[in-house]
Design a protein around this ligand. Structure first.
Ligand code: O7M
Length: 256
């Protein structure tokens, strides 16, 4: 097991050690659960030196079971001194949100993702409170990567002063105010990354998914201000995941 380290420090240290801003997204799909487990473990072991964190999607918890095989996989990642993020996109009332987060933290996850549409009071506040107390992280969705994301995150709303503003700008301000450990902004919207970065400064790092299969560019996302890139299929569905992850990592070092 790794020593308990505040999440933000943990991922920063790992990124420095492995010289990588790549967060491996594990969203594999296999009908056979044994096969799913074995394949996922194989991807973890083969790419671990090229990434700074591993993210599990909710879809993996369903077939593998949180306190069953997922915990085994989380421990495997931790043995390599790499943090593990649970992409739960927590989005309910405070009472259930708190229990959801507590289960993921008990299972060993170092951070959870949350949806700011749920709001703070009686929504995400208990999640933030618990995370701070346990040195865990909360990453907030600010603008998602798929085209339909503009319908919600890109809609024009009125801020507290009645000024017209984009929903994602409001969420970026909230990420800062709530003390989020990260803000998620799709690599498919590089101008949005730059705008969010101008709101957040360097206090809240930007995590950018949507690189590769979804059409986003890793170098553009990083140049626009993302600190980490979340990458799934371009790594685990390639013929050689280790090589693909290492090539991605190297491309970020070269552009430094
Ligand atoms: O590289 P991919 O397209 O195979 O996978 C992208 C991963 O990023 C996958 O795990 C998604 O759930 C996640 N993701 C998005 O693709 N878009 C978003 O807007 C947000 C996320 C995410 O990680 O949210 C925390």
């Amino acid at each position: 097991m790794h020593a308990q380290l505040e999440f933000k420090r943990f991922i920063e240290d790992t990124a420095k050690r492995n010289k990588s801003p790549i967060v491996l997204a594990l969203d594999l799909t296999r009908e056979d659960r044994d096969e799913l487990f074995k394949r996922t473990l194989k991807v973890i072991t083969s790419v671990s030196r090229s990434v700074c964190a591993v993210k599990f999607n909710h879809q993996m918890i369903l077939p593998l079971g949180l306190y069953d095989r997922v915990t085994t996989l989380v421990n495997e990642v931790h043995e390599r001194k790499i943090p593990v993020i649970m992409d739960a996109k927590i989005n309910d009332i405070g009472h259930t949100n708190e229990f959801i987060a507590s289960q993921y933290f008990s299972a060993g996850f170092d951070a959870v993702t949350a949806n700011p549409f749920a709001g703070f009071k009686d929504g995400l506040e208990p999640v933030f409170r618990m995370a701070k107390a346990q040195q865990k992280g909360v990453l907030v969705l600010v603008h998602m990567s798929h085209s339909g994301a503009s319908e919600g995150y890109g809609q024009i709303v009125l801020d507290e002063k009645g000024q017209r503003i984009s929903q994602f700008e409001v969420f970026a301000q909230k990420a800062l105010r709530w003390g989020a450990d990260g803000a998620i902004v799709g690599a498919t919207f590089p101008e949005t990354i730059a705008r969010v970065r101008s709101i957040l400064g360097t206090d809240v790092p930007i995590y950018s998914p949507g690189v590769g299969v979804q059409g986003g560019s890793l170098s553009r996302a990083l140049a626009a201000g993302a600190k980490y890139a979340i990458v799934g299929r371009s790594i685990y569905e390639s013929d050689d995941p280790a090589k693909s992850a290492e090539n991605l990592r190297r491309s970020t070092v070269a552009s430094d």
